[in-house]
Ligand binder design. Sequence first.
Ligand SMILES: Nc1ncnc2c1ncn2[C@@H]1O[C@H](COP(=O)(O)OP(=O)(O)O)[C@@H](O)[C@H]1O
Ligand SMILES: O=C(O)C1=C[C@@H](OP(=O)(O)O)[C@@H](O)[C@H](O)C1
Ligand SMILES: [Mg+2]
Length: 167
Amino acid sequence: MSVPAYVVLGPPGAGKTTIGQMLAERLGLPFRDVDEDIVASAGKPISDIFTSDGEPVFRAMEEQAVADGLKTHEGVLALGGGAVLSAATRERLAGHTVVFLNVGMAEGVRRTGLSSARPLLTGINPRATFKALLDARLPLYREVATIEVVTDHLNPDQVVDAVLDQR
Ligand SMILES: Nc1ncnc2c1ncn2[C@@H]1O[C@H](COP(=O)(O)OP(=O)(O)O)[C@@H](O)[C@H]1O
Ligand SMILES: O=C(O)C1=C[C@@H](OP(=O)(O)O)[C@@H](O)[C@H](O)C1
Ligand SMILES: [Mg+2]
């Protein structure tokens, strides 16, 4: 059975997609992003899935896409920020090398602020939303992570170095 060399998770803006890609390149491994798998199989952007089908439908698709990725992908697998909300996903992550890229509210909001692609953060108070999301999820990220890197004051290359240093 193949397993991902690294699974990358953390809040929006932590750099899962960016650092996941760079880490894969550094290791000469393929990269896969669960959000992209969902978009490909739904045939529409994540923001459309949230508006036309609702968050529960997105979460069910996400749970399935993560399970598929964990079973079949041999490189670096980046998850979406909310994937850990699923207890089934957290159970499936046991035994994997799981990198938690952490980011605080100010930097997380700064990094995600210019994008309308994240439906959860497009409301009137993205800072409060981000804070609530961190409060709810931090224990879940830590429950499944085997490596944690705080990314606020690191550039992407430094984050990749920090991940590889902790192996
Ligand atoms: N360590 C970092 N320092 C500065 N900017 C970063 C860092 N990591 C990611 N970014 C930027 O933050 C934004 C969100 O990154 P992304 O990889 O999409 O995060 P995620 O997949 O975790 O939501 C992108 O514009 C990316 O270039
Ligand atoms: O935090 C979340 O619940 C989400 C994060 C997004 O991925 P990123 O963390 O890569 O932005 C995407 O899966 C969806 O918009 C929901
Ligand atoms: Mg991403």
